[in-house]
Design a binder for this molecule. Structure first.
Ligand code: CTP
Ligand code: MG
Length: 554
């Protein structure tokens, strides 16, 4: 029996975001759950937004003296923080101490003259730094140190896993390697802030807020950047303050529905990003989707961005996941591992289709942790009972109330190891009655399925929606088969494994391989080509039509 080992300190960004104040060195890993008061989601988000507004993005010459660069920019005011990164060129992210410094820098910046082409003179916070005299400045200069913005190569990750002490250590290593870094988090908030400047041309008091895995603490380096245009705060305060017998309203254009309003707004902002947005390329307007969106690449940051409007419920679900991720250090380790396992076996994909999504996998892990005895995570209904008057939150008629202050939630008394939890996760879902039951984190219990989709996971706030409606029967079956085989492999290892050695894949490393040592094939036994093509076609077709004989149990 291995000792119960839990990583009690949060490495990297989540640590920075969660901590209310810096702890003295060495006190983070104490052997008991970290009791430092933790920051609320909205505090973290507003600090990050304010920080991004004082930050600029600069495309730099490939060889540059860091010292001279900083000296040059300091003319506009003190610099709090900066870093360099590479993405088709060298870029710098520079955070000034004051917002005024950005205006000062903009005031001395010129619009380039491009010879035969013409420039659209949009004055953003994305600049290009040129050397006045390239030849004498670059010679012999050391290049700057760059921060890495992409996840480690699978080979490196694999080697790290093989060198780990035990399975728990493997899960924590994987999380540490894949999670968003402090720099990547800053770059995500900066990108939203730059897009906000474009949207503010139409709606001066708007906010572009990131949501999804960029902020819910489950983001992996390289994940997309989900953002939404928040117009809710516009004009709210002034209406309350006005005294007297009158109430003033703006004359506005009316459209038949919220959806049409979103489509019109996104259509114009999409055009604007396409025509004027520096660094915004491949702008696609996907306005007929259930949730209309504009998709584009932000070239300088390398992020694939999805912009929507009015997505307050999704922001609330990001906050809920953030809370779950912060309650117990095992949650993130398990979510990162299950997501990585699913990706390694092509259960998830970056292309939309009949596949399980990372969001669904995260909810499945949370549900599983609610089902442990004693539970590792509380139910959403319980978090609602802890809410006070100021936590009350109704969005579009949906009750999205839950406690915002993480410090009010008692830590779990459960001390199971990550190794055990991973094995049990695979066993639990390898034998789950997907044909009858729905996964419901609000109640923390299986519910009867209200409709016949192969996989039913209730949306925590819009409870009539199934977040995995797109998943086909064959994709669900693939998940179930792989879960069973992974549980089996972990059991086999328990029985006969010699002590972990660096040259044989073991534990988690063995689970990520398409085929494993001991002659066990983790992938399904090869099927005839006709059947494989049939499955492929089925997984391309999205929708619940092929759902009648769903049965997760054999
Ligand atoms: N969302 C939702 N219902 C869905 C899909 C998504 O409510 N059926 C919301 C969730 O809040 C989710 C966010 O939209 O976190 C972003 O969706 P997506 O990008 O698919 O998931 P992420 O959690 O961001 O994960 P990934 O790293 O794969 O992008
Ligand atoms: Mg996302």
């Amino acid at each position: 029996q291995r000792p119960v080992r839990r990583l009690l300190s949060y490495p990297g960004t989540v640590a920075a975001d969660l901590r209310r104040e810096e702890q003295p060195a060495g006190s983070a890993e104490t052997g008991s759950e970290d009791r430092t008061p933790k920051k609320r989601f909205c505090e973290v988000q507003s600090e990050r937004r304010e920080q991004a507004q004082r930050t600029v993005l600069i495309h730099c010459p490939s060889k540059i003296s860091e010292k001279r660069f900083l000296k040059y920019l300091s003319q506009h005011g003190p610099i709090n923080n900066h870093f360099f990164y590479e993405s088709f060129g060298l870029y710098a992210v520079v955070e000034f101490h004051q917002k005024e410094s950005v205006a000062s820098l903009q005031s001395v910046t010129r619009t380039p003259s491009l010879g035969a082409e013409a420039a659209i003179p949009f004055r953003s916070r994305y600049f290009s730094l040129k050397l006045k005299n390239p030849s004498n400045q670059t010679s012999g200069q050391p290049s700057v140190q760059c921060s890495n913005q992409s996840s480690p190569a699978s080979r490196k990750l694999f080697d790290l896993l093989c060198c780990a002490e035990n399975v728990d250590d493997q899960l924590n290593t994987l999380t540490k390697e894949l999670q968003l870094t402090e720099e990547n988090t800053r770059l995500r908030h900066l990108t939203c802030s730059l897009i906000e400047d474009v949207a503010a041309a139409y709606f001066p008091d708007c906010a572009i807020r990131p949501f999804g895995s960029s902020v819910n603490s489950f983001g992996k380096l390289g994940c997309d950047l989900d953002m939404f245009l928040d117009l809710d705060d516009i004009g709210k305060f002034s209406a309350h303050k006005a005294s007297g017998n009158f109430l003033m309203e703006f004359q506005v254009k009316n459209v038949p529905s919220e959806r049409i309003a979103s489509q019109k707004i996104l259509s114009v902002i999409g055009e604007c990003l396409d025509h004027f947005g520096p660094g915004c390329v491949g702008v696609q307007k996907i306005l007929n989707a259930r949730c209309p969106l504009v998709r584009f690449s932000h070239q300088a940051s390398g992020f694939q961005c999805d912009l929507t409007t009015n997505n307050r419920i999704a922001l609330r679900s990001s906050e809920l996941l953030y809370i779950y991720g912060a309650l117990d250090s095992r949650v993130r380790a398990l979510v990162f591992t299950v997501r990585c396992w699913a990706r390694a076996h092509s259960l998830t994909s970056s292309i939309p289709g009949a596949w399980i999504t990372n969001f669904s996998l995260t909810i499945m892990v949370i549900f599983f942790l609610q089902r442990r005895s004693p539970p590792i995570l509380p139910t959403l209904d319980y978090l609602k009972t802890l809410a006070d008057a100021e936590d009350k939150c109704i969005i579009e008629g949906h009750n999205c109330t839950f406690v915002r202050d993480l410090n009010k939630i008692k830590p779990s008394g459960n001390t199971e190891t990550l190794e055990l939890l991973l094995k049990e996760f695979f066993e639990y879902f390898g034998n789950f009655a997907f044909n009858k039951n729905s996964i419901n984190i609000r109640q923390g219990k299986e519910q009867n399925k209200p409709e016949s989709s192969p996989l039913h996971i209730q949306n925590p706030f819009e409870t009539s929606l199934n977040i995995s409606k797109n998943v086909s029967q064959s994709q669900l079956q693939k998940f179930v088969d792989l879960a069973r085989e992974s549980a089996w492999i972990l059991h086999q290892e328990d029985k006969g494994r010699p002590s972990p050695s660096g040259n044989q894949p073991w534990g988690l490393a063995a689970l990520l391989l398409p085929s494993v040592a001991n002659g066990v094939s983790l992938a399904k036994k090869k099927k005839p080509a006709s059947e494989r093509i049939k499955n492929l076609l089925e997984s391309i077709k999205s929708g619940p039509e092929n759902s009648t004989n769903t049965n997760g149990k054999r």
